[in-house]
Design a protein around this ligand. Structure first.
Ligand code: DGL
Length: 284
């Protein structure tokens, strides 16, 4: 068995890299649904169905756990799949399988609180509000998951999400750094205008953006802390596997990279992030 890592395209590699670093002996199967990328402007129904299909491909290929290395799929599809599909699917395959998202560990890292914690609402005036900026896709912003879940836990943390329309698609297409930088700069400035100042901290809440993390670091004031989603997810997965030994994930360090799109090389910007040329095989 293996750990499956799913994204609409190459963005999930940012999560995958952190998982591989943390659990190098495990077998990994990566799937980018590049035929349907990007997801960020799609309807909720489409995102749910595409995510379900991606999970099935990974389970069929031998995954026991699928990590949705995609904020959009985690925000829009995970709960629906858990409530409408996963239990029946599990019965049909007759072995333990599960799907995990990446938003819970990210919110735990942002709030510094375990997921179970809900703040008491005392109605007192809160001073010294910390402002958290989250760059994400339109679908993630529309779900309001970050605002809602953080507000339940920390009333002294104000969340502003900034959709970066088209940016994930540009990364998939291997656009030039100059063009990517122009979009990143404009979204950071748009967020600044909306808040009235720069955020105190930020999250790259679309896994594609981590691939061009330096452009966000350049656009934000020097030293702005970025909550690192990949390492939060890696820690959460490690703890999850320790608690749930029924999910076996292999020990031979096998790596397989699949795509629903065209087989072959990935954009240079992705190779640079990965540190070596990457080739994807066609998922069957
Ligand atoms: N990488 C994904 C995310 O984290 C999806 C981006 C997209 O396909 O639009 O949201």
């Amino acid at each position: 068995m293996a750990i499956g890592v799913f994204d609409s395209g190459v963005g999930g590699l940012s999560i995958h890299r952190a998982l591989v670093d943390r659990i190098p002996e495990a077998d990994f199967i990566y799937l980018g649904d590049q035929k349907h990328a990007p997801y960020g402007e799609r309807s909720g129904e489409e995102i749910v169905e595409l995510t379900r299909q991606g999970c099935e491909i990974l389970f069929n290929a031998g995954a026991s756990i699928v990590v949705l290395a995609c904020n959009t799929a985690s925000a829009v599809a995970l709960r629906r799949l858990q409530s409408t599909w996963l239990a029946d699917y599990r019965k049909s395959v007759g072995r333990p399988v599960n799907v995990l998202g990446i938003i819970v560990p990210t919110i735990e890292a942002a709030t510094g609180l375990p997921w179970e914690h809900e703040a008491e609402r005392r109605g007192a005036k809160i001073e010294n509000v910390d402002v958290l900026g989250i760059f994400c896709t339109t679908a993630t912003a529309r779900s309001r998951v970050y605002e809602i879940e953080i507000d339940k836990r920390r009333q002294d943390l104000a969340v502003f999400t900034e959709p970066c329309i088209g940016l994930a698609g540009m990364i998939e297409a291997g656009e030039s750094e100059e063009k990517l930088r122009a979009v990143v700069d404009s979204r950071v400035q748009a967020l600044k205008t909306r808040i009235g100042r720069y955020p105190d901290r930020a999250i790259l809440g679309c896994t594609h953006y981590e691939i061009i993390g330096d452009l966000f670091r350049d656009a934000l004031p020097e030293g702005t802390p970025l909550i690192h989603q990949p390492s939060s997810v890696a820690s959460a997965l490690e703890r999850y596997l320790e608690r749930h030994s029924k999910f076996t994930v292999g020990v031979s360090g096998r790596r397989l990279f699949l795509t629903t799109g065209n087989a072959g090389k990935q954009p240079k910007i992705v190779d640079a992030f990965w540190g070596a040329p990457l080739t994807f095989e066609i998922a069957t």
